[in-house]
Write a protein that binds this ligand. Structure first.
Ligand code: ZN
Length: 339
């Protein structure tokens, strides 16, 4: 099978033939249909996640696939099931790290990998969905969509009519706009340096588009930052209302500092707050079924979100595009569904 392998930091991924071994307790072999790619994989490629000592390894943490085989002890999925492949642990066994072989050498990888034709996944990183679930939608439930919906639904304490700004409107940010709209936000401001994203942002529920947060004329109750850019985040504090809070989704580079320019103003009103999100505090087994309902009712759509589709062999080009900041959600089609 073909897999995208991170062999060396800051280098393109290697598309290589990789073999899977025997499944151990709690492991599941999944044929991947489609995978998303995510800003946090750019951090992985540059070694910011401390992953440099675990090379080589497979990549990708949001996908949809079909279960091919189950290892000992697995009870929650069976061959033929369509599954969301997610990085947040859900129900089931936490299996050991999977082993793969490349050029005769064994190596291990994370508990879920999606930029590969087949993947050995820990049972608790899989959630079964109905067979007629759109594979791209299911893949987005692995990270970007669950993070975006979770940050609003589980972490933001958003009240009807509150003003929201989403800073950085890539794959996750666009979903946060939609989530804020669903949750009854008041004015929603999309902030992105790429002017050409204006239309897609307005389509996703934003009322206004700005290229810089300091241009917003009103104070904001909830700012969700997806950029991880410490200068942008530091500038955001000045835009907060008296009940303002900032939730960070994008991760700064290791060792960077965020500055609160007027720290006294942080005591305004109810006391301002900053918090880092952990994947929207998603509980996959509880949240994914609820989000499927939103999709079924037409309240969330994939068509509006996905701006580019590539094959696995084009994955490096896809990462370059992601890095450029010019894309919404980018999907990698890996194999076809049997109809
Ligand atoms: Zn992700």
């Amino acid at each position: 099978m073909k897999s995208a392998v991170l062999v060396e930091l800051n280098k393109p991924l290697l598309l290589s033939e990789v073999e899977v071994g025997e499944l151990s307790v709690g492991q599941v072999l999944v044929r991947v249909l489609v995978s998303g790619i995510c800003g946090s994989q750019l951090h992985e490629i540059s070694g910011h996640k401390g992953n440099g000592k675990f090379l080589p390894h497979l990549m990708g943490h949001e996908g949809c696939g079909i279960v091919e085989e189950i290892g000992p002890g697995v009870t929650l999925v069976k061959p033929g099931d369509k599954v969301v492949m997610h990085w947040r642990p859900g129900l089931g066994i936490e299996a050991e790290f999977p082993k793969y072989k490349m050029n005769g050498k064994l190596f291990s990888s994370g508990k879920v990998n999606t930029l590969t034709e087949k993947s050995i996944v820990s049972e608790n990183r899989l959630t079964v969905v109905p067979q007629d679930t759109d594979p791209e939608f299911a893949a987005l439930l692995g990270c970007s969509l669950t993070t975006a919906l979770g940050v609003i639904d589980n972490e933001s304490d958003l009240k009807f009519g509150e003003r929201v700004a989403v800073v950085g409107c890539g794959g996750v940010g666009l979903n946060v706009l939609a989530a804020a709209r669903l949750a009854g936000a008041g004015e929603i401001y999309a902030v992105d340096r790429t002017e050409s994203k204006k239309e897609i942002c307005l389509n996703q529920g934003a009322n206004f588009f700005f290229s810089d947060i300091s241009e917003i004329p009103n104070k904001i109750d909830l700012i969700v930052d997806t950029t991880g850019n410490v200068e942008v985040i530091s500038k955001s504090f000045g835009a907060l209302s008296n009940r303002g809070r900032i939730i960070l989704l994008g991760q700064p580079k290791p060792g960077q500092e965020i500055v609160i320019p007027d720290a006294l103003a942080f005591f305004n009103g109810a006391g301002l707050a900053i918090k880092a999100s952990q994947g929207g505090s998603t509980s996959p087994h509880q949240d994914i079924p609820r989000y499927l309902e939103l999709f079924r009712l037409g309240l969330i759509s994939v068509e509006k979100l996905v701006t580019h589709r590539f094959s696995l062999t084009e994955v490096n080009f896809a990462f370059e595009l992601l890095l450029s900041g010019d894309a919404g959600r980018i999907m990698i089609s890996i194999s076809k569904e049997d109809k």
